[in-house]
Design a protein around this ligand. Structure first.
Ligand code: NAP
Length: 285
């Protein structure tokens, strides 16, 4: 039997509807600033999509476009102004940044209370200490996909391929907190295929098109594909060879339509979480 497709679009629509409802009930509009430095076309599309999605749920989104030759000092000054701006609840700086700007310096400059990407040392530290506040959007989306697909995470052998601060590391922390037995694979992992074959939950976030082959996947495994790659013909593929995985896995996320929409939906939810916390609502942790 082919794998069940985990529909990220439907789940993201449901989460967005819930966020919109909570915003309406709260009778205020959270403010989100999205900062785009330079004119990378892919980043411009991501930013436009985030702006549109935010407005659709009642978030006041403001996109700040800065030229590609913006200095680090100038960007840090903009962030300091956004940190101090009372109408702004969430700040997101679109990565990658031009080479003259150190991403870590920028991430560390964002007020942790407004860090809706969850990448600042304070939010990363809270996650690793088991007291999460603003959690990185993609790993948060993966956990929600697993929950919606009724995957029992507790006690399961989970493999995360990738150890970036954006995806792999925080996801490993979330899976551990959910009582999975977690292995983290990376570019130095000796036998990735063997690690994959042991996994009951397999999350691919390596940034390598179709790295995970069908015969690496255990029958009845749950496969979450975080990768997203544009092919020459214009189509999109993930880090998993989808057609090979489909007859083997129990369930799988498609690319597109899996993790991607959930990342944006979780950004909007994080913006509401930040806005409520700034207004004194009891938060997490
Ligand atoms: P990244 O920073 O490049 O990290 C990639 C990780 O994968 C690294 O830890 C690297 O290991 C590991 N890796 C690379 N090649 C490998 C291999 N052959 N075998 C095993 N591990 C390998 O990437 P990222 O930001 O985490 O993103 C990963 C992918 O997810 C990308 O395709 C990105 O476009 C996608 N993404 C999608 C969304 C979404 O919303 N759908 C959001 C974020 C990212 P080392 O640490 O040893 O270098």
């Amino acid at each position: 039997m082919p794998a069940r497709i985990i529909d990220g679009r439907a789940l993201a629509a449901a989460l967005n509807a819930e966020t919109a409802h909570r915003i309406e009930a709260g009778r205020f509009h959270p403010g989100l600033a999205v900062v785009l430095v330079g004119d990378d076309p892919a980043s411009a599309i991501y930013v436009r999509n985030k702006d549109r999605a935010a407005r659709a749920v009642g978030i006041e989104a403001r996109t700040i476009r800065l030229p590609a030759d913006t200095s680090e000092t100038a960007l840090l000054a903009r962030i300091a102004a956004l940190n101090a701006d009372p109408v702004i609840d969430g700040i997101l700086v679109q990565l990658p940044l031009p080479p003259q700007i150190r991403p870590q310096a920028v991430i560390e400059a964002i007020d942790p209370a407004k860090d809706v990407d969850g990448l600042s040392p304070v939010n990363a530290g809270r996650l690793f200490m088991g007291r999460p506040f603003l959690v990185p959007c993609t790993p948060l989306g993966v956990m929600k996909l697993l929950a919606a697909a009724d995957v029992s995470v507790s006690g399961a052998r989970a493999l995360v391929i990738g150890r970036s601060n954006l995806v792999g590391r925080p996801l490993a922390a979330l899976l551990t907190a959910a009582d999975a037995t977690v292995t983290v694979a990376h570019s130095r992992t000796r036998d990735l295929a063997a690690e994959c074959r042991r996994a009951e939950i397999l999350v691919a976030a390596a940034g390598r098109p179709e790295l995970v082959r069908g015969d690496w996947i255990a029958s009845e495994a749950v496969v979450i594909d975080v990768g997203i790659h544009r092919q020459k013909g214009g189509g999109l593929v993930g880090d998993v060879a989808f057609a090979e995985a489909l007859p083997v896995a129990a369930s799988i996320t498609p690319v597109p339509g899996g993790v991607g929409p959930m990342t944006t939906a979780c950004l909007l939810e994080n913006t509401l979480t930040a806005a409520l916390a700034r207004r004194g609502h009891p938060g997490k942790g």
